[in-house]
Design a protein around this ligand. Structure first.
Ligand code: HZT
Ligand code: MN
Ligand code: MN
Ligand code: MN
Length: 382
């Protein structure tokens, strides 16, 4: 992926590759509904859209960071790699190419690397020495944010070609969802179309033919500034939501689909690694001093962006300090649990189908622009 003068491995911040130039646009498509065809040529629409250029520029910059970081990650993700090392290297490259700077520029949310029957929201906690295996199916899902504008995009890694139909089904289902997206597109129609594409595939494995199902309780979602889930969910199955819900001009969505050879349904299971301050959390009086200190660290370091335990223990700066050995807090868990119990922080545990099954995912971020739609995270990889 050596493009735009970037080095291999990439070390030049993306902002420095495009000084005085526009960041690359994503894949631009017309809005699909005939009633919206006027938008491609209307002068009034174009003038309204020109007012959004600064926003689009930030989102496109973050998307280019995402493409370069994931190309770098794809170059070293191999069987035998420790997931904690993979996440650390991917996240440090994310920080480096995005010129991380407090809450203004940085990582959008923790690097998901969920394996096999785990569909989402798994990243290693400190002490987790899990190593990637040849027969694993891993969903790599990470975010980049600039001024709170989050790019949320994911792909699936599998080394054993037996899983090819699984990956193809969900890759084509996500593309179906992206094709149906647009102004006035009904969310439930998108869900139905996704499921139809997904479930037209099957998986031959161990002499058996396994049906491939859409995971009916996972969804895409609208995205707002510093808000990874802004309130609208995009279903990936038929009858997945209220008939009247549609996509509207100016919204940004993550279109993500998940397939499974198991039930097609996930439950929260295993140890939690992902956490996020509730966007609507008011001021809650706290008793425990350690909770007060942890909350002020979270407010300063993550705000309403999602974070993970590893980031509370990072060696080089940014980690949570109180009196403890060498000044680093190593017992934040009690305070974190307290912040969850009082409802300020929401835990996001791993989302799991049945043990022994396999799940896969592809995800893109799309801008529902006045004149067209732009799949801003599209790359030549996916
Ligand atoms: O499953 S979600 O909670 C969701 C909520 C409503 C519809 S989808 N989630 C939002 C999120 C929550 C916590 C995170 F740390 C990161 C993201 C979607 C998602 N997870 C990964 N990529 N996209
Ligand atoms: Mn999720
Ligand atoms: Mn994601
Ligand atoms: Mn998402």
């Amino acid at each position: 992926y050596v493009k735009y003068g970037q080095t291999e491995p990439p070390i030049i911040p993306v902002a420095d590759l495009f000084v005085g130039k526009e960041f690359p646009k994503g894949e631009i498509l017309p809005h699909p509904l005939p009633s919206q065809a006027f938008r491609e040529t209307s002068e009034e629409v174009r003038s309204r859209e020109r007012l959004q250029e600064d926003l689009y520029s930030k989102v496109r910059q973050a998307a280019e960071v995402h493409r370069q970081v994931r190309a770098y990650a794809q170059s070293f993700i191999k069987p035998g790699i420790k997931l904690a090392d993979m996440c650390r290297d991917l996240e440090n490259k994310n920080r480096e190419l995005n010129l991380e700077h407090g809450l203004e520029r940085g990582i959008g949310f923790p690097t998901g690397c969920s394996l096999n029957h785990v569909a989402a929201h798994y990243t290693p906690n400190p002490g987790d020495d899990t190593v990637l295996q040849h027969d694993d199916v891993m969903k790599v899902d990470f975010g980049v944010q600039i001024d709170g504008r989050i790019i949320d995009s994911a792909w699936t890694v599998a080394f054993n070609p037996v899983y090819d139909p699984l990956l193809q089904s969900v890759r084509e289902a996500t593309d179906t969802g992206l094709r149906h997206a647009g102004i006035d597109s009904r969310l439930c129609d998108i869900g139905e179309a996704i499921q139809e594409t997904m479930e037209s595939f099957e998986l031959e494995m161990g002499g058996k033919t396994l049906p491939i199902k859409a995971i009916r309780n996972l969804n895409g979602h609208s995205i707002g500034p510093y808000q990874i889930h802004a309130g609208k969910s995009v279903p990936i199955v038929k009858n997945g939501c209220e008939e009247s819900l549609v996509m509207e001009e100016g919204e940004i969505f993550a279109i993500e689909t998940f397939c499974s050879t198991g039930r097609g349904y996930v439950n929260e299971d295993m140890e939690c690694s992902h956490y996020m301050k509730r966007f609507d959390a008011g001021h809650v009086p706290l008793r425990m001093q350690s909770s007060k200190r942890l909350l002020s660290h979270i407010n300063k370091t993550f705000g309403t962006l999602a974070f993970c335990r590893r980031w509370l223990e990072r060696e080089d700066g940014g980690s949570f300090f109180v009196n403890g050995n060498n000044g680093r807090q190593t017992k934040y868990m009690g305070a974190l649990k307290n912040l969850c119990d009082v409802g300020i922080i929401q835990p996001y545990p791993p989302l799991c189908d049945t043990r022994g099954c396999f799940t896969a995912q592809y995800e893109h971020t799309i801008i529902i622009r006045p004149s067209c739609k732009e799949i801003v995270s599209r790359g030549d990889d996916y």
